[in-house]
Design a protein around this ligand. Structure first.
Ligand SMILES: *Cc1c(COP(=O)(O)O)cnc(C)c1O
Length: 389
């Protein structure tokens, strides 16, 4: 453990004058948003497929280079509807424990038992080589996550799905703007689900979208998103309310013009982090993957306590003493939540890599408007500990 005195010295030397959080949303010009609000006021059209909704859907399809897209009020309802659209509402779905709570919860809310598969230690994504042994007579699909925007092994996962006649859903909440070669990552699997929550790379305050494979699927999703209503007197099925409103859509539209700059700025800061942390013993990070256009949505590091000298938790506390708020994404694992820990696949012996990564992972502050000085300061704190403890 790090002695109190050393801790005091570090925080005296490096404490920032104002707190720095793990992320911060890029905001459009207030005056531009005011003009949108005036239009909304004048039109009295607040939600239900308004002009901003239609324009946002069109511009998003264009930006992502995808054909079949539905907007949602948030990413979680989008995922819920994706499962319904594929008629996955019983049995088991193979998924990753190393993700945000929503990924497992949408399975539960659809009456599906999650079956947890271990992850790769190179990408923190579901380990495709371990999926097939988990497939049984109740398996209905695979729900994988492109964690931190790094693509899953999409080819291997599709090959498994094809062999066993399974659907693939990608929780692509972290993967906005990511491309594999010249193809949007959203084109893989049967449906990909995005989140535009305020904490994500790209946001519409709250929001989300599904990308599907056909116009037929898109239409089905559209009914499910609006209570199953086909017209004023026809309800064709048990839908839900997943509609995005005009306030979200216009905010998202303005944000779309800023997202490439945001990715550029985050890329510069990510490379700065990498350069400054490259020789700190016990700290590792993910490198770019060949052929991938990354979005630099998070800045995860692994803290190996043996080599680094102190644990991930201790480092996170020291950073907090210095006014730097890192986050333990994703700790705890979904498989260790009380609501899922009794499932047979949740046993830590079955998930050794995921459990180790969850114990060592720490996400450092990263957002486009973050000062390089602050990155340097954060790395100095980590470096001093790594070299001196
Ligand atoms: C944020 C997030 C979600 C949920 O999205 P919301 O828009 O907040 O509902 C789902 N999965 C992952 C991996 C996320 O990070």
């Amino acid at each position: 453990m790090i002695p109190d005195e050393a801790l005091k010295k570090i925080s005296q030397r490096f404490k920032l004058s104002a707190p720095v959080y793990v992320t911060r949303p890029r905001m459009p010009e207030l005056s531009a948003y005011s003009r949108c609000l005036e239009q909304i006021w004048d039109s009295r059209w607040l939600t239900n497929d308004g002009q901003f909704h239609r324009e946002f859907e069109r511009r998003l399809k264009e930006y992502l280079g995808v054909e079949h897209l539905n907007l949602f009020v948030n990413g979680t309802i989008g995922l819920l509807v994706a499962l319904q659209a594929l008629r996955i509402n019983s049995g088991e779905v193979i998924t990753t424990p190393f993700t945000f709570a929503a990924t497992s919860h949408v399975l539960h809310w659809n009456g599906i038992r999650p079956v947890y598969c271990d992850i790769e230690d190179k990408t923190f994504n579901i380990d495709a080589s371990k999926i097939e042994r988990l497939i049984g007579s109740d398996t209905k699909g695979i729900l994988a996550v492109h964690v931190y925007g790094n693509p899953c092994d999409v080819e291997a996962i599709q090959a498994i799905a094809d062999r066993h006649g399974l659907n693939v859903i990608y929780d692509a909440a972290h993967a906005f703007g990511v491309r594999i070669g010249d193809k949007s990552i959203m084109e893989y699997g049967d449906i990909s689900a995005m989140s535009f929550h305020a904490t994500k790379l790209f946001n519409s305050i709250e929001g989300g979208a599904l990308v599907s494979k056909s116009e037929k699927q898109r239409t089905r999703i559209q009914f499910l998103r609006n209570f199953g209503i086909a017209d004023a007197e026809t309800v064709i099925g048990p839908g839900i309310n997943g509609k995005m409103n005009e306030f979200q859509a216009s905010f998202g539209l303005l944000g779309l013009d800023l997202v490439d700059e945001e990715i550029e700025d985050r890329r510069t800061l990510t490379y700065l982090y990498h350069r400054l942390l490259s020789d700190v013993p016990g700290i590792t990070y993910l490198e770019d993957m060949p052929g991938v256009r990354h979005n630099y949505s998070y800045m995860p590091i692994l803290v190996d306590p043996e080599t680094f000298g102190i644990s991930r938790d201790a480092l996170s506390e020291i950073l907090r003493e210095c006014n730097v708020y890192s986050r333990k994404y994703f700790y705890p694992l979904c498989s260790n939540y009380p609501c899922y820990s009794a499932l047979p696949s949740s046993a830590p012996e079955n998930l050794p890599v995921a459990n180790r990564i969850a114990d060592h992972i720490l996400c450092l502050p990263l957002y486009g408007e973050l000062d390089e000085d602050i990155v340097e300061n954060v790395c100095r704190i980590i470096g001093v500990i790594g070299h001196e403890m």
